[in-house]
Every structure is written in structure tokens, then in C-alpha cells.
Write a protein that binds this ligand. Structure first.
Ligand SMILES: Cc1cc2nc3c(=O)[nH]c(=O)nc-3n(C[C@H](O)[C@H](O)[C@H](O)COP(=O)(O)O)c2cc1C
Length: 234
């Protein structure tokens, strides 16, 4: 009997293309964004990608607010500046591995004003129990992150840069955006066309951290050894 509603079968070229997009995805900051407005069709495609994400119990607990208004962006940017001063104090005290304040200060860590489109992404918790989330309450939040990653990849495939800004006071952001009390800010995203996209992450800690070899991203155990089919892949 033929299988009904079978999904598409992908070839190795399709799979390679997906890997290429994932590998070319970058976090984009304000020094790279162009001011040009994004096409509405592209924005819609990015949101469509978000909605394709998996979610615990199919709860789809994500909500988005788009921000293009300069005054609102300035209020958000103020929160970044305040929070970034606090971060600098921590780096000055040598509390992080980056260690040196001068290095931290040189980093461009957001593109709130430079990017034409900002998107705040919220978690909308359900009132009752959610299938699959009863023992691990963070699963709803992780579902929102799945949607964000879809957006990041879709944006990259449209040659649109996206940056994630988390050096913000989430309560202030909620207030500025008039978000309902029970919503939780998961991400503040900056999107726009870019002059160029780096081929590797821009953020280089002084410790010289590189992309992890995937053999270092698993916990091999006595009973469950990780077999690396392609140990040369980074
Ligand atoms: C949850 C999350 C929060 C992040 N917050 C910031 C941020 O506040 N500022 C920033 O410049 N980059 C932020 N980033 C981007 C990371 O610094 C970036 O992904 C990392 O340096 C690797 O670079 P790549 O994304 O270009 O591969 C964030 C990324 C994630 C996943």
C-alpha cells in the first residue's frame, strides 16, 4: 500500500546546502548593518520559518514584537548601555575569562539602532500543564529558542544578517514594549541587510577559544562510546 502524505526526499546536495547555510550563519552587529529597509516578503518568510519550529506539546509558545520606531529603539539601546556598563565592571574585576576590560570595550555587541528591524521574542507560558513540559518547565522557553534559530538560518539564506542582543534588562524591555506581565523576554534580535558577512565568528576571546571539534561536545561514557565517523569535521 502506498504511503500517504509522504514528505519530500532530499538528496545529498540539499543536505550540503543546509550545512552551508548553517556554517555561514553569523551573529551580525551594528558595524555591519545597512540602513535599507527589509522587503516585507522577506520579513514574512523569516516569521514563517519561526513558526515551522518544533515546540513542546505543539504549544507554540512564541510571540514576537517588531520594532522599527527610532524612539523605541533608543529606549532599548539605553538599556543596553546601562547593562553593558555593568558588564564592563565585571570584566574590569577580572571575573570573566575574557579578562581584560580593554578587549571587552572594543567589542561591538549589538546593532539596535543600526539595523532597520528589531524583533523582541517572548515566551508566552500556558496556564495549564503542557504535554512534555510537566517535568522540565524550561521546555517552553527552549521551544522559543528553536523558533529563533529557524529565523537565523532563514534570514541568512535570504542574505539578511541577524544578531542576538542579550545585554538588556528584560523587565525594562517588557515595559518599553508594553508586553503583558506574564510574558518572558527570550531574545532581542536585530535584522538587516549587511555590507559583508564574516566567515568566522567575530567574537574572539583572549583565551583564543576556537570552534569546538565535535569530539569535545559529547560525553563519552563507559557504556556509550561516541563513534566519530568523520573526525576531521570541525
Ligand atoms: C543566546 C545567545 C545570546 C547572545 N547574545 C549576544 C549579545 O548580547 N551580544 C552579541 O554581540 N552577541 C550575542 N550572541 C552571539 C554570540 O556571541 C555568537 O553567536 C558567537 O560569538 C558565535 O558567533 P557566530 O554566531 O557568528 O557563529 C548571542 C548568541 C546567543 C546564542
Amino acid at each position: 500500500m502506498p504511503i500517504q502524505n509522504q514528505g519530500p526526499h532530499f538528496c545529498s546536495d540539499d543536505s550540503d546546502l543546509l550545512s552551508e547555510i548553517m556554517s555561514a550563519r553569523r551573529d551580525v552587529r551594528g558595524n555591519r548593518f545597512l540602513a535599507d529597509e527589509l522587503a516585507q516578503e522577506d520579513i514574512e518568510q523569516i516569521f514563517a520559518a519561526a513558526l515551522m519550529a518544533p515546540s513542546v506539546g505543539f504549544s507554540q509558545p512564541w510571540e514576537f514584537i517588531t520594532i522599527t520606531n527610532r524612539t523605541t529603539k533608543e529606549l532599548i539601546a539605553d538599556s543596553f548601555f546601562i547593562e553593558n556598563e555593568k558588564a564592563k565592571a565585571l570584566f574590569q574585576a577580572g571575573k570573566f575569562e575574557v579578562g581584560k576590560l580593554e578587549q571587552y570595550q572594543q567589542l561591538k555587541l549589538e546593532g539596535i539602532l543600526e539595523s532597520p528591524l528589531n524583533i523582541a521574542v517572548f515566551y508566552n507560558p500556558k496556564n495549564g500543564p503542557v504535554l512534555g513540559q510537566t517535568s522540565m518547565p524550561d521546555m517552553g522557553r527552549y521551544s522559543v529558542v528553536c523558533a529563533i534559530q529557524n529565523m537565523w538560518l532563514k534570514a541568512r539564506s535570504l542574505n539578511i544578517g541577524m544578531g542576538w542582543v542579550s545585554i538588556l534588562d528584560p523587565i525594562k524591555v517588557k515595559t518599553i514594549l508594553n508586553a503583558p506581565q506574564d510574558r518572558e523576554l527570550i531574545a532581542y534580535l536585530c535584522l538587516g541587510k549587511v555590507d559583508k558577512v564574516s566567515i568566522s565568528p567575530n567574537w574572539k576571546p583572549s583565551s583564543g577559544r576556537k570552534k569546538r571539534h565535535h569530539s569535545r561536545s559529547f560525553f563519552p561514557t563507559a557504556t556509550n562510546k561516541i563513534a566519530l565517523a568523520h573526525p576531521s569535521i570541525h
